[in-house]
Ligand binder design. Structure first.
Ligand code: GAP
Length: 450
């Protein structure tokens, strides 16, 4: 966690998007719902609907593909959320994972002291209490006895699941430095001021990678620069706009307790610049701590140098939900097609929840049956929507609004020559192609990914 989440006002952005438009679109079209909606929601927790879950999976798959599967120096794990309570003593989270909390004496609202400018309540101008430290970890009990001996925590970062498995990885995987271990999974933080939709919530998902390097400043600096650059490029590759992304090194005073240096990749949200991802130099802090608390060695044997040491760590850490918000914000656009305004999500086809929509132009003449057959064939390869309700223009708009990159229309000519029209979401251009070539053409246009 970092204090870097302080916001500056947005400067002169001409983006059509606002948080309100994204929140409304997400609810209206089934991307994101307030959690426990029928009970009025539960403070800043959200459920992902049918389209949201596909988008989220695609974001995670893109990350996993590029960070793990397409590399030979990174492997994955999937550790438990519930961990031995000593983990959090060793990691320093019990002691240090706190935010300064202030209360307003007048209106009783709570704030993070580092989010309040001045010494008065930002809501009512009332007097604030002295700041006190508030630990962000959720506590629960393991087993039937609810006492301190059985207290455990929901993990506040996935990273510790990697550090406590360091010896298991080294002993079983024939690794050679530098190497990384990656993980995607849920984390929990009892944030004092969650908000801005899925930007800051109490239950969220992280994609983190601990990259172990030789313990010297040269290797550390080289790999730190490499990962900052790699992660920066990754966002651009999947559609984040270059001028909405910037790097911000942390000042000494805002570094997390484990960090020797952190650079945030900040995104320009409609509410201002804020952290999207953090890349941190964790040194050997975590392995040292776990070695001390567990009594295990947690070292690496360097065959070439014939020496044993604890590697240092570079950690790129990203929130899935926050990444999804950034991709949605930068994909959102409004334009005019054939004199009609439309909302279009220009999502990278690899991230789009639905890849192709299939439409019969008319609900007669065998067109619906033919279109269903086309849907069935395409659905063997990609996610497909089928829609025969309303005018064809309206059906196109419905798919544009959820970011479906391609539309296939079956019309009377299809019934004669087995060709369909293929429409591109962004250009709205249509091309007639034989059904026999459709699956290959679709696969090529969406980047070969499902
Ligand atoms: N292991 C390092 C770590 O957890 P962090 O900067 O606290 O570092 C990493 O978190 C990323 O996780 C952040 O850049 C952000 O994308 C995401 N994240 C952190 N807290 C979050 C929250 N309350 N809600 C949503 N995403 C969050």
């Amino acid at each position: 966690m970092s204090a870097s989440e302080a916001h500056e006002p947005t400067t002169g952005s001409k983006r059509p998007v606002t948080m309100e438009k994204i929140v409304n679109l997400c609810k209206r079209r089934g991307f994101v719902f307030p959690s426990s909606d029928i009970y009025g929601g539960l403070g800043s927790t959200f459920d992902y609907g049918p389209l949201g879950v596909e988008l989220k999976r695609n974001v995670k798959e893109a990350w996993w593909r590029d960070m793990v599967q397409r590399r030979s120096d990174v492997m994955g794990i999937d550790a438990a959320i519930l961990m031995h309570p000593r983990t959090w003593e060793a990691s320093g989270h019990l002691q240090n994972f706190t935010d300064p909390l202030v209360d307003c004496k007048k209106c009783k609202q709570r704030f993070r002291a580092d989010h309040v400018a001045g010494d008065r309540c930002p809501a009512c101008g009332g007097e604030l209490t002295e700041a006190r430290r508030f630990n962000l970890m959720f506590k629960t009990f393991m087993g039937p006895l609810e006492d301190s001996a059985n207290t455990i925590y929901l993990r506040p970062e996935t990273a510790q699941g990697i550090f406590v498995n360091f010896a298991n990885i080294v002993d079983t995987q024939r690794v050679k430095l530098p190497f990384g271990v990656a993980q995607i999974g849920k984390s929990f933080r009892n944030e004092i001021t969650p908000g801005n939709f899925i930007f800051r919530t109490r239950e969220f998902e992280q994609m983190e990678m601990e990259f172990f390097v030789k313990p010297n400043e040269q290797d550390e600096a080289r790999w730190f620069d490499y990962w900052v650059e790699f992660r920066h490029h990754w966002f651009l590759k999947y559609g984040i706009k270059a001028d909405h992304l910037r790097l911000r090194p942390h000042g000494q005073e805002e570094l997390s307790h484990y960090s020797r240096g952190t650079t945030d990749l900040e995104f320009q949200y409609p509410f201002g610049w804020g952290e999207l991802e953090g890349v941190a130099k964790r040194g050997s802090y975590d392995l040292d701590q776990h070695a001390q608390f567990s009594g295990k060695e947690l070292t690496y044997f360097d065959e070439e140098a014939r020496e044993r040491y604890r590697p240092w760590v570079i950690e790129p850490a990203l929130g899935v939900d926050r990444a999804m918000l950034a991709f949605l914000l930068d994909a959102y656009d409004e334009d005019v097609v054939e004199n009609e305004e439309r909302i279009v999500l220009r999502l990278d086809p690899r991230l789009a929840p639905i890849k192709v929509a299939v439409f019969p132009l008319l609900r007669k003449g065998g067109q619906p049956e033919k279109a269903q057959a086309v849907r069935e064939e395409l659905q063997r390869h990609v996610t497909v929507a089928y829609d025969q309700a309303g005018s064809i223009g309206r059906r196109y708009r419905r798919q544009d609004e959820v970011g479906t990159p391609l539309g296939v229309t079956v019309d009377h000519q299809t019934m004669e020559d087995d060709t369909v029209t293929l429409r591109d979401r962004d250009s709205t251009q249509q091309e007639r192609i034989p059904i026999a070539r459709l699956a290959a053409e679709v696969s090529e246009r969406i980047g070969g990914h499902r």
